[in-house]
Design a protein around this ligand. Sequence first.
Ligand code: MN
Length: 715
Amino acid sequence: MLRQYELVDLVKSYDTDADEDALNRAYVYAMKKHGAQLRTSGDPYYSHPIEVAGILTKFKLDSTSIIAGLLHDTVEDTDATVEEIKELFGSQVAQIVDGLTKLAMIELKSKDTKQAENFRKLLLAMSEDIRVLLIKLADRLHNMRTLHFCADEKRARIAKETLDIYAPLAERIGMQEIKSELEEIAFRELHKEAYESITARLNFLREQGSNIVPAIIKQLEKDMEEGGVRATVSGREKSPYSIWRKMQKKNASFEQLSDIMAFRIIVDDVGSCYQALGIVHSKYHMVPRRFKDYISTPKPNGYKSLHTGVIGPENTRIEIQIRTQEMHEVNEKGVAAHWAYKQGEKVVGKNFRWIQELLEILEEASNPEEFLENTKLEMYNDQVFCFTPKGDLIGLPVNSTPVDFAYAVHSKVGNTCVGVKINGEIKPLRTILQNGDQIEILTSKAQHPSPEWDRFVVTGKAKAAIRRYVRSSKREQFVTLGEQMLERTFKGENLEFNEKGLVGILPNFEATSVEDIYAKVGEGLVTAWDVLRAVYPSYKQSKIGKVVKTFAAKSFGKTTKRKSKSEPLQIKGLIPGMAVHFAGCCHPLPGDRIVGIVTTGKGVAVHSIDCKALEKYSLEPERWLDISWGDDANDRVHVGRIKLILSNEPGSLGDLSNLIARHEGNIANLNITNRTLSYFELIIDIEVRDLKHLTDIITSLKSSKVVSYVARANQ
Ligand code: MN
């Protein structure tokens, strides 16, 4: 633990004007207030705020932040009050501590709703003063460092929240160091086996290659010297978490990830950055699509650097980052580097565009869960940069589409966009934007957001706006669906279907218009058969009964039908009670985009949108139903199918089933499709909650040493 004079000396080492007296008083105040309280580690409680203050000094923050760091838990955990702090340490410190206290009060609760509420409060507090976020991050970092002292059930929740919210926030304000450390600890906690397995592999590779990092550094230094560029080269292995992320993103196994080493070349000025890049590219083969120029177009968080991937010295695929010392400071310390030790200046978060955007989403969302989902989307991911016709730069997450771009420009542009010109050419709205694209959005006043867009947009802002529109236009959807269903039912019985016929039966259904009837059918309040009987009272009951009976018997048999009635599938866009089943070809899971196909005699089959079997229905659009998973679809068990190749060694099957079980997957069926002396080929059906659950299991399998190939089998 930092002693009082050590802390004061630290602050004074970078800020000679620091308020020494206030720092001393705050240190003593925190110790006195927390008194004999203990942490779960057995340490005195006051060691925690003092460590937090110590972390803040690493970022050379002003004394206001350091003092607020020392006092951050006093109002929450002791008899101290905000008024007292204001009197003793001034209104800025008091305001920050107040913001942090309000956060802490909600944090004790665990449900997702509380997490969302907590996040909302944090956002509002940091829009007043961004230092609230800096202290919160330091607080979280120290709590993560001491996480192993916590009770088990608490640990997973804290780690998950760290990964979902705090690491992306740290990234957003450019605090790379804090972000990486938070992620590594959380990853180790949440995916212990994957962490250990990746670490073991890294160690193995290191021994095998007798550590080639120093050799590559040496060669790069020599290259720079020969090219006449003064440079410092450093190198490291990528962290286990970033390797894991890459495995998930690229759907690759550890062996396929060749660039697990990253090197950094630090030079004197911007010109030298490009010179160094030239040397690297002229000497080594460049890996396509890995070059990124974040100097000419920095990331929104201020990050500047050149990135490239090459087949470097020792014939190894490596990643190289080139930047100046000044850029490096900003990249690692982010926001903190810009206003380090600026005394007395209030840093209002509203000046940050992204905080503004998160606040906008907050206003559009219908509930806290939706808000949380949308903002998580907003915070994650790398960026692509595109230009408006006037040359304004807009940064968007990777995989963004013109619709995302339109919403980023303005909600009005998003709501009315009908088409797009990318670099002068008309393209579909679902086209994925590339770095440097020039985007011209075509709009029409008659256009409305389409629910279809929700399937391909990636920004939280676009999602929130589209969903809001969809909510308000739900009735329209019910009307269209109801009309389709009625038409199908009538035609299926060879009976004439027209609006006129429905006008006469409005009173039967307490409807005031034909549309009303459609909506009721679409929503499932009235069945299509009820309407048919009302229009054609003379149509023989017995015949209808018979048709329904044979229909049911042909499709499922009695038991299945009863089951599907008592446990309706959680799918939106279908009339309740409609016969429905999952297609055996693609095993769709919640998280997959799905489509319904009306089959002859078997009700509706649910396929995943990229299922090959859909091709044969491409000429029959009337069979297609627009459906999506219901909100609680992942409350029930679904079957996902994977295929894998396992090495044929003693115990490998046991290892496999243990690993799946530890990830809460249940093997429903296992089929060995091929068996040789050295390996098994298997098809396994696993009961899982949703796509993410299956993906997690697959990723864990990939990092296991007995598995040499694994992939989802959904065709
Ligand atoms: Mn704390």
